[in-house]
Design a protein around this ligand. Structure first.
Ligand code: 5GP
Ligand code: ZN
Length: 113
């Protein structure tokens, strides 16, 4: 999608602080971190949100979760991390390209989830 911010990051048209990349996934640090470690994991193909995951694109979604595990090891998140995917306006999704937030580096307690 030519007007999608994260598609532009995938295409290299907008710079990002990359932490992981493979043939189907890109991960980069969030520009407005909400925790000491805040990484966004996205499929390279444009999927609008979790609500748009279907049999045709589920593999790209699964690759993102596979990448989350690799990034957790790479970033040494032994003490734990939280994975969040906001979906739609009530959840506060601001970028309509599927992404998983990895939050870590502090005790997030048991609130929110
Ligand atoms: P959402 O609110 O849709 O769940 O998450 C979108 C995230 O993208 C936000 O945490 C926001 O800080 C991040 N973000 C927005 N624009 C950019 C950008 O240009 N670069 C990076 N690295 N992160 C961005
Ligand atoms: Zn996109």
């Amino acid at each position: 999608m030519s007007d999608c911010l994260f598609c532009k990051i995938v295409a290299g048209e907008i710079p990002s602080d990359k932490v992981y990349e493979d043939e189907s996934v890109l991960a980069f640090r969030d520009i407005n971190p909400q925790a000491p470690v805040h990484i966004l994991v996205i499929p390279k193909v444009h999927i609008p949100s979790v609500a748009a995951v279907d049999a045709d694109n589920a593999a790209a979604c699964a690759k993102c979760l596979e990448a989350v595990a690799k990034i957790a090891a790479q970033e040494k998140l032994e003490k734990g991390f939280r994975v969040i995917s906001n979906c739609g306006p009530d959840a506060g999704q601001t970028v309509p390209h599927l992404h998983f937030h990895i939050l870590a580096g502090k005790d997030m307690g048991e609130k929110l989830l």
